[in-house]
Design a binder for this molecule. Structure first.
Ligand SMILES: Nc1ncnc2c1ncn2[C@@H]1O[C@H](COP(=O)(O)OP(=O)(O)OP(=O)(O)O)[C@@H](O)[C@H]1O
Ligand SMILES: [Mg+2]
Length: 353
């Protein structure tokens, strides 16, 4: 086809609490939002990162595509959590063929799984006459197969399986175009996982996925106050009727305990990071926050105080044109935190076209 439309590749974020899809059009520095969909998943559809109910996930993907006229047959999706291992490793300087031949051997000591059980990918991030720095990413094959199955069952072709934390970074780069001296922490608080990615300019210095997230707050309310999941979720989101009959003094300390845990895990991540760098050029300047879990009332302020860093909300549409006749700006700003990873996956989709 001579003047045919370029095939679109959508971003598909299968989270443990909901599925988000984003389709972008245009060129890298001139992107616009073509379509967007977001639907919740029933509780326990995804447990510990594993899709337990493949049919439920594929039905929701199909529904989103139908309801939001998403026509892309190809998708970029992402994985996160324990089954993903990301490391920056430093090797003696070597040519690309030599690196390709020896990468398994070098990676082995950094990956806590048998190499035959993982898919391994790597990228050279810097090199000079003495050392080559390589970013390696490995994911358990069973996790990738599980994701592929759900996507294929929905009639879509998974062309790339990315890593959520790098999708988040892609979203940041497109929207913020950071200069090389800026060191920020991208923090995506989902339902069951927090992705932390410390980046300098467009380079990832340190990443860690922590299996704590918004669902921890809901769990605690549910168990301690004897509520149903829906009730606990509503109380957490500050729905006044849901909290009727429950003392405010019973809720607050429960929530504060989880906030402390969240802050402590991030602090630990900063400590690990500092132990690997001693350069004053790599001091984190601020946190850019995303993920549905970050919408908890007061959480951004609490994290800022506890971690002694400015915290800003990441805007995944900051540099993407949005037609306000097609997308309600109020709705968009409400779901903005949840869409960051999906936007990053969609950006990857644009790069592939
Ligand atoms: N207004 C709100 N107040 C508090 N929490 C909220 C609010 N809105 C959403 N959440 C929480 O955000 C979480 C979902 O966020 P998100 O969609 O980013 O996660 P996910 O991608 O499904 O999960 P994960 O990436 O961890 O697998 C849930 O725990 C939900 O309760
Ligand atoms: Mg998520």
């Amino acid at each position: 086809m001579l003047f045919g439309k370029k095939k679109s590749v959508a971003g598909l974020d299968v989270g443990s609490s909901s599925i988000k899809m984003v389709e972008l059009q245009g060129k890298m520095n001139n992107l616009s939002l073509l379509s967007l969909g977001f639907e919740n998943l029933p509780d326990d559809t995804i447990v510990d990162g594993q899709i337990m109910e493949l049919n439920v996930v594929s039905d929701v993907i199909q529904n989103i595509c139908k309801n939001h006229s998403i026509s892309a047959n190809q998708v970029v999706t992402g994985v996160s959590g324990h089954s993903v291992i990301i490391k920056n490793i430093i090797l003696p300087s070597m040519g690309s063929d030599e690196l390709e031949e020896s990468i398994d051997w070098h990676a082995e000591e950094h990956i806590p799984y048998d190499l035959s059980d993982v898919n391994l990918d790597y990228q050279v991030t810097s090199e000079d006459s003495e050392v080559t720095q390589v970013l390696i990413a490995a994911c358990k094959k069973e996790r990738i197969d599980n994701m592929k199955q759900a996507v294929q069952l929905a009639g879509k072709q998974p062309v790339v399986i990315d890593v959520d934390t790098f999708a988040l970074q892609n979203c940041y780069e497109v929207n913020y175009q950071p200069d090389e001296s800026q060191v920020v922490t991208l923090l995506n608080i989902g339902a069951s996982t927090m992705n932390v990615n410390i980046v300098k300019g467009t380079r990832s210095l340190f990443t860690r996925d922590i299996t704590v997230g918004g669902s921890q707050f809901t769990d605690v309310l549910q168990r301690s106050l004897g509520l149903s999941f829906q009730q606990a979720e509503a109380v957490k989101r500050g729905v006044a009727e849901a909290a009727e009959g429950i003392e405010e003094t019973a809720i607050e300390p429960l929530m504060d305990n989880v906030t402390d845990l969240v802050a402590m895990e991030i602090q630990k991540t900063f400590d690990f990071y500092r132990a690997t760098t001693d350069d004053s050029e790599t001091v984190v300047q601020k946190i850019l926050l995303s993920g549905g879990g970050s919408k908890l009332q007061g959480l951004a302020e609490d994290l800022s105080a506890k971690l002694e860093l400015p915290v800003e909300v990441l805007d995944p549409f900051r540099n993407i044109k949005v037609d306000t006749r097609k997308f309600d700006p109020d709705y968009l700003s409400e779901i903005m935190p949840e869409m960051a990873v999906a936007v990053g996956l969609a950006v990857r989709g644009v790069e592939l076209r």
